[in-house]
Design a binder for this molecule. Structure first.
Ligand code: TPP
Length: 562
């Protein structure tokens, strides 16, 4: 603990917030202004913390989430009391389900007017407690920095997630003696080690792997969260294990790597004798674990004790950091003279044949010349456009389901999707966070026209902060993922209720706000338009007119509800 000064100087609550953010390494806040929070801005000016001001608080919260995913550091959004905080709720909820560490600071009426009906007074903490890892009111100016660091510690406890602090107006405004305010010292206010697994469990997993003839491994989001890319890659290569990737784990292995598999997961999980699930829960994306062979030995590794063994029985559960655990397993495996890698060649070939069959099945659609454009053609063009330095963001329904099958990020940490909350509208804020955190990277974002509309006005913020990116709208003038299920259930006559949109030329919207835009109706024009967007050096929207009458296999099977 280090008191900044003991010379009698005073410091305000707003400045204490900024000092605590600085101690955490936060270099930017995403925010929309309000009278309750102006003192925080003043503190940020002094501490050299950037202020990115957006047009909707949902965007601020999603951007804080995206920043955390990109940097590995908690993100921060600052929003005003009442509607400012309620607007941010969706972003907090999304980060909660996606296990993304961030702090949202909300304004509040003055404590001196507590429960008197002050402007924008709401029970924020009660509202946000169930969707955060920690939610509290700061009761005294002296406690401001201490509670900010407490919120960060809680955010990073186990599987990470969002924290919320409400700081009343008079607490932010007041000055206290600097010596009385605890300002925790960077690196000294939480554990300095990562959580490793039980050594006996590591030995057991090494033995299971060496003995397995048909193993498969799923590298989930926590592989990226814990930066386990190298240890995971080394392990699957050393042992010759097929790897599937989901969520932020996509890109752990580069496309073309012999251990990289994508389209044969169901076959692998039905036929494996050993299945290792790393850093992803048995939620709907995993069919609640029901699609794993009942005969397989199942191992689950997760940062959260509460996730391991949830919804499906397992044979070995290890709680801890994926990188630490996989590195230890690698070491344990090296003790075996023969790790069985050669014996798995045939299993790998069997899976590769499954992948080839799946690729052949859709080949005609991938190369379709139809207009309106087939979504498979669009997502394939995008996949071919991506470089090792392109970070891909998906925000939409059916079109993003298509892209999940075809688009392969070329590098780790180069894939962003909302996560299990399935929140439409994350795209523009994720672009903002990514361009802030990694200005050296190209950002390519695919939107559904429905999804883009939710937070699209913040395209203007991207223009204002000079954040060039390549945006593509897969425009079917509908909310197709929902429309499909409605038509299937209620028939064509009644199925189009509440799910159709206007024919909006999003290229014009981009141009109106100072960006670059093009309309594309001919599939041969997709690639040239994407290249021109890249060359424009501006935030861009390429509005691609896709066929509203075709649907992704995942949508047709309604897998998300099964
Ligand atoms: C905030 C939010 N509201 C509603 C939904 C439900 N929803 C899921 S997919 C979808 C349709 C999205 O339409 P669009 O982005 O145009 O993509 P498309 O399915 O047409 O490809 C909707 C409304 C959601 N996931 N998130």
């Amino acid at each position: 603990m280090a008191d900044t000064t003991s010379d009698g100087t005073t410091i305000s609550g707003g400045h204490l917030v900024a000092k605590a953010l600085k101690a955490e390494g936060v270099d930017v806040i995403f925010t929309l202004c309000g009278g309750h929070i102006i003192d925080i801005y003043d503190g940020c000016v002094d501490e050299g913390i950037d202020v990115i001001d957006v047009r909707h608080e949902q965007v601020a919260a999603h951007a804080a989430d995206g920043y955390a995913r990109m940097t590995g550091k908690p993100g921060c959004a600052v929003v005003t009391a009442g509607p400012g905080t309620t607007d941010a709720v969706t972003g907090i909820a999304n980060a909660y389900r996606a296990e993304s560490p961030m702090l949202v600071i909300g304004g509040q009426g003055a404590l001196s007017q507590h429960k008197m009906g002050s402007l924008q007074d709401l029970p924020h903490v009660d509202m946000i407690s169930p969707i955060s890892k920690f939610a509290a009111t700061v009761p005294h100016t002296e406690r401001v920095a201490d509670m900010v660091s407490m919120a960060f510690r809680e955010s990073l406890n186990g599987a990470p997630g969002p924290s919320f602090l409400e700081i009343p107006r008079d607490i932010l405004d007041a000055d206290v003696p600097a010596a009385a305010a605890r300002i925790p010292e960077p690196g000294h206010y939480r554990a300095s080690t990562r959580q490793g697994g039980d050594p006996a469990a590591i030995e057991r997993l090494a033995e299971l792997l060496v003995r397995s003839e048909k193993p498969s491994i799923l590298l989930g989001s926590q592989v990226w969260t814990t930066r386990a890319t190298d240890s995971a890659t080394e392990l699957v290569r050393a042992l010759n294990v097929p790897a599937y990737m989901n969520g932020a784990g996509r890109g752990t292995l580069p496309p073309g790597d012999p251990h990289h598999f994508q389209l044969s997961r169901r076959y692998a999980f039905t036929n494996s004798d050993l299945i290792i699930i790393i850093g992803t829960p048995f939620d709907f994306r995993m069919g609640y674990g029901k699609r794993l062979s009942p005969d397989a030995t199942v191992v689950q590794i997760d940062l959260s004790y509460a996730t391991v063994g949830k919804n499906r029985d397992i044979d070995l559960g290890i709680v801890g950091d994926a990188d630490v655990i996989l590195s230890s397993v690698l070491q344990a495996v090296s003790a075996y003279g023969d790790n069985g890698a050669q014996g798995r060649k045939q299993w790998m070939e069997e899976l590769r044949a499954q992948e080839r069959t799946a690729i052949d099945k859709r080949a005609a659609l991938i190369h379709s010349d139809a207009s309106p454009i087939h979504p498979y053609r669009l997502v394939n063009e995008i996949n071919e456009f991506l470089t090792e330095d392109s970070i891909y963001i998906g925000d939409g329904g059916d079109i993003v389901t298509f892209s999940g099958q075809v688009v392969q990020p070329k590098s780790p940490g180069h894939w962003l999707d909302p996560g299990p909350l399935g929140t439409l509208g994350v795209g523009v804020p994720f672009v903002m966070a990514t361009k802030y955190a990694r200005p050296d990277k190209e950002v390519v974002a695919l939107f559904g026209d429905g999804a883009f509309s939710l937070t699209g006005w913040d395209f203007e913020t991207l223009v204002r902060f000079d954040m060039p990116f390549i945006g593509i709208v897969g425009n079917n003038s509908s909310m197709n993922q929902i429309r499909y299920g409605q038509i299937a259930k209620y028939g064509a006559d009644r199925g189009n209720v509440g799910n159709t949109l206007g024919d909006v030329r999003y290229s014009e919207f981009a141009k109106m706000l100072g960006g670059y835009g093009e309309e594309v109706r001919d599939p041969a024009e997709i690639a040239p338009a994407l290249r021109r967007a890249r060359e424009s050096g501006k935030p861009s929207l390429i509005n691609v007119w896709i066929d509203p009458e075709v649907y992704a296999p995942g949508t047709r099977n309604q897998t998300m509800y099964k």
